[in-house]
Design a protein around this ligand. Structure first.
Ligand code: ADP
Length: 661
């Protein structure tokens, strides 16, 4: 039984290949986690770092809340099962399973008890006296699992354990491993490149690509809410259909115009999470529809639920239980049709992205060249930004983008007028810019107070990684605006409530105006370049001791014990030679007026500017040639002490651009 915590984990091979970048995950006790992605994406490397078989280049790995970066593999209480299970050929099954315990000098009667118990769990009791060569592939894999079980590990790591088995046996062994996980009640981490295996086994799945985590979620959420085009295409067979398109809002509806010529008209409400900037009829997007959600059109289908599009059939695959139809949108037959095996892949690659895969009932008859009407479910549409490839229908919207008017001391959006705080005096003094774009993070709406008026249309509770949030869908002067708060809902559907804006977090861009006429948000993160240093000093009893410092502009700040330990465990003494970037949010800084001598725990600074945002007043404070922003009501020119909460500090290797802790 074990929980795992992976924070900012990196793997750099040969100081060049970044095989794993900034892997972050909290794994609860008894979870079944699957790492999935194409070959070379960093799955095995991550697993091997957890096992201790590979050094962690940067980051922090905890098992049951203990940092194990430097703990030997044998002391981590982890068992690993590989694809090549490498049983000892000259030993019996019993001896193979007993081997590790024997080496660890476990008493014979306990070994016997453990081996027979593991054999019973795995159903291999009858083979205990056989040699591996007298076993089938599936039985050998069970012995490999048995060798792991007898050690009572806290965590099971499995690296493609089934890829040497044939398809039928693989499916059977999958079910056995799921059953084994339930019986043992231990944490499992399983690596595979096979998305079907991932979807059937994982309680949560980590999708990786090119060393980067793409999405971590339950199988259902990955399928229904893929975060980007890669996840959408990787999860699900046959692959999701992708069609290039543009969106245009027209009253209560949205017109989805496919580049290939067809059109779908959707009720605007179903796309209310899509930012309005995508709705101008020009912004390139990609529409995604799963083959499960495309059917042959039937008379009487509801046109508010289904869109009717013409398509031309190129290949028909009768699979018995269902028929897959490959084709193209529109009525033209392509010159070079994909045929037979690999047709799906070919179809996906075809230029113009106008290919379509349809899941039809088994009895449905179609032939190459037929022109069909197909029905596309309007309730199951996925949309992606064509440039960033990210989903534009977020589960939790992070920001609203709306039109606004800025100037003459006010910001007006959705018919609501807000006075600009003194910090935005420059924008306030400008003449009103009538066509500006406001980017309003969902967390920057302060509900329950202020001059704005909103109505709650929907309140959704979102729980993730032990954190509860409420997402409100509001109408503000006829526009839809999302607001997020931590905790359970404070307001109910139908409530009318006042709200204010956190002006330190908004962005306003004015079309064509000088840069000064917009609003930029306060940085969410301060950055100070520096080093980590040590000094030999004499303590109160005359002994020589080392003291450790964060150094910025040659100014030392005493390092916390915990931070020092973390930095050492990740970098060793190389930490003293590494140029660092210390990063921390403004709220991690406590500023106090400076009087008398320097405090070893603070940096000296000078206030250059105060930024009055109404609710909070911030100060811009210089430290040598660098500067930070922190909440502080001071005056320009004042000298201050800056104390940074080191538990909120992110330390980055500035040269390699790797987060150390
Ligand atoms: P996966 O398990 O997803 O197939 P790996 O974790 O094995 O991927 O590999 C991730 C990346 O790291 C690949 O680019 C691979 O070539 C590289 N890599 C793996 N092992 C080493 C090594 N020992 N030295 C250098 N590069 C490696």
């Amino acid at each position: 039984m074990a929980s795992l915590s992976l924070k900012h984990i990196y793997k750099v091979y040969d100081d060049t290949t970044k095989a794993v970048n900034d892997f972050n995950m909290e794994i609860a006790d008894k979870e079944f986690i699957v790492f999935v992605g194409p070959s070379g994406c960093g799955k095995s490397t991550t697993l091997r770092m957890i096992a201790g078989l590979e050094d962690i280049s940067a980051g922090e790995l905890r098992i049951d809340d203990v940092i194990v970066n430097d703990v030997e593999p044998g002391d981590r209480n982890i068992a690993m099962v590989f694809q090549n299970y490498a049983l000892y050929p000259h030993m019996t099954v019993y001896e193979n399973m007993a081997f590790a315990l024997k080496t660890a000098k476990v008493p014979k009667d306990i070994i016997h008890q453990k081996v027979t118990e593991a054999a019973r769990i795995l159903g291999i009791t009858d083979y205990l006296e056989r040699k591996p060569k007298a076993l089938s592939g599936g039985q050998r894999q069970r012995v490999a699992l048995g060798r792991a079980i007898v050690r009572n590990p806290k965590v099971f790591l499995l690296d493609e354990p089934l890829s040497n088995l044939d398809a039928k046996l693989r499916a059977a062994m999958r079910a056995e491993i799921i059953g084994l996980h339930e019986r043992l009640g231990t944490t499992f981490i399983y690596v595979t490149h096979d998305q079907v295996e991932a979807m059937t086994m994982g309680s949560r799945i980590v999708v990786m690509r090119g060393g980067f985590v793409q999405q971590i979620d339950t199988p259902k959420n990955l399928y229904n809410h893929p975060a980007n085009l890669f996840v959408a295409g990787f999860i699900g067979t046959p692959r999701m259909n992708f069609w290039d398109a543009t969106l245009k809002k027209e009253g209560e509806t949205v017109r989805i115009r496919l580049d290939s010529g067809s059109e779908l008209v959707v009720d605007g409400n179903t796309l209310n999470r899509v930012q309005s900037r995508y709705m101008d009829g020009r912004h390139p997007v990609t529409l995604g529809v799963r083959p499960d959600d495309v059917l042959p059109w039937r008379e009487g289908m509801n046109t508010t639920e289904w869109a009717k599009l013409p398509a031309t059939v190129t290949v028909v695959e009768a699979l018995g239980g269902e028929t897959l139809i490959y084709g193209h949108l529109g009525v033209a037959i392509p010159d070079d049709p994909p045929v037979g095996a690999g047709a799906e892949e070919e179809a996906g690659k075809a230029a113009g992205r106008d290919t379509v895969i349809i899941k039809a009932p088994a009895e449905f008859e179609a032939h190459r060249g037929d022109v069909l009407d197909i029905a596309v479910s309007l309730r199951k549409l996925h949309l992606f930004d064509r440039e960033t490839e990210n989903s534009i229908i977020p589960v939790v919207p992070i920001e609203n983008v709306c039109a606004c008017t800025l100037g003459n001391g006010f910001l007006i959006f959705a018919s609501q007028r807000f006075s600009l705080p003194p910090a935005l005096g420059k924008a306030a003094k400008e003449k009103a810019a009538p066509s500006a774009a406001l980017t309003l993070p969902t967390g920057a709406l302060l509900l329950g107070t202020g001059s704005g008026r909103a109505k709650v249309e929907e309140a959704e509770i979102i729980r993730s990684e032990g954190v509860t949030k409420t997402l409100y869908r509001l109408t503000v002067g006829g526009e839809t605006v999302f607001a997020a708060e931590s905790g359970e809902p404070r307001f109910r559907v139908g409530d009318a409530l006042p709200f204010d804006l956190d002006f330190s977090r908004i962005t306003v861009e004015t079309a064509g105006g000088p840069p000064s006429s917009g609003i930029t948000p306060l940085p969410v993160e301060n950055r100070l370049n520096g080093r980590f240093t040590k000094e030999k000093e004499t303590d109160g009893k005359g002994r020589k001791v080392y003291r450790f410092y964060l150094e910025v502009e040659d100014l030392p700040v005493a390092a916390d014990e915990e931070l020092r330990e973390k930095l050492f465990s990740c970098k060793g003494t190389a930490i003293f030679r590494t140029p660092l970037s210390y990063r921390f949010p403004p709220h991690a800084v406590t500023v106090s007026p400076r009087s008398g001598n320097a405090d070893a725990r603070c940096l000296p600074g000078r206030v250059t500017e105060t930024l009055d945002y109404g609710r909070t007043i911030y100060a811009r404070i210089t430290v040598g040639n660098q500067s930070v922003i922190a909440p502080y009501d001071g005056r320009a020119g004042e000298t201050v002490n800056i104390a940074i909460d080191q538990s909120k500090l992110t330390v980055v290797d500035a040269e390699a651009d790797i987060i150390i802790v």
